[in-house]
Design a protein around this ligand. Structure first.
Ligand code: PEP
Length: 251
């Protein structure tokens, strides 16, 4: 059966010392009160090598927020999937809407990134979701279907290693949240696309997370929906009390 997962996305927040302190505090909180779901923290590249050894890997997985679309070489400033994996990191967020819109990441670029992540045994947390105008024009299903093209070229075996995150862009960092019904509708649609492509078993085993202004006060209702298997959490992942409040929605 698919896993319930709460994953944090620190984005470009916390210097090294602050990031280490946050990871230690979360590790202590979850050692004292074990979660009922998988927990992942995705941090800036510079934190990975320091954070990975200080968290209990049986309780907290660590992920990057991006990786390069090239194997290695003259790509100044880029960080490869192999480099990420060499720190002991197990996950990588790919296709976040901020990367798509600010850094021009296309379906094709993301397809390369996903393949390189998998080749280096990283588990991609692959993000999809529509912008406000697309939701207002009721085009959200079309948009997510097109974005899935980056991962629908994978074999069924490789696709089974992917975690999906549906993140309506209009809900990210805005305080607006999709209603549990809106989330359920599109998660069920995404699962139906997976079933069409890879069969019901693969679809049933794929974790589909919701992301967009998720907080302790709305997580329980969202996660109670049958096709919502947890959350990808931005702002609320930066404070242990808030992040743990969301993790506790599975209790
Ligand atoms: C995100 O950026 O992945 C996200 C869900 O952000 P927030 O929770 O802050 O809306």
């Amino acid at each position: 059966m698919r896993k319930n997962i709460v994953a944090g996305n620190w984005k470009m927040n916390k210097n090294l010392q602050e990031g280490i302190a946050l990871a230690k505090e979360l590790n202590e909180a979850l050692a004292a009160d074990k979660p009922n779901c998988d927990v992942v923290i995705c941090t800036p590249f510079i934190h990975l090598a320091s954070v990975t050894p200080i968290v209990d890997s049986a309780v907290i997985g660590v992920g990057a927020e991006n990786c390069a679309d090239k194997v290695s070489g003259a790509y100044t400033g880029e960080v490869s999937a192999e480099m990420v994996a060499s720190t002991g990191t197990q996950y990588v967020i790919l296709g976040h809407s901020e990367r798509r819109s600010y850094y021009g990441e296309t379906v094709e670029i993301l397809e390369e990134k996903v393949k390189l992540a998998l080749a280096n045994n990283l588990k991609p947390i692959f993000c999809i979701g529509e912008v406000l105008e697309e939701r207002q024009a009721e085009k959200q299903n079309e948009v997510v279907a097109a974005q899935l093209a980056s991962v629908f070229t994978l074999s069924a075996e490789d696709f089974s290693k992917i975690i999906l995150a549906y993140e309506p862009v209009w809900a990210i960092g805005t305080g607006l949240t999709a209603t549990p019904e809106q989330a359920q509708d599109i998660h069920a649609y995404i699962r139906s696309l997976i079933a069409e492509k890879y069969g019901k078993e693969v679809a049933d085993n794929t974790s589909i997370l919701y992301g967009g202004s998720c907080k302790p006060s709305n997580a329980k209702e969202l996660f109670a929906k049958p096709d919502v298997d947890g959350g990808l959490i931005g702002g609320a992942a930066l404070k242990v009390a808030d992040f743990k409040g969301i993790i506790d929605a599975f209790k």
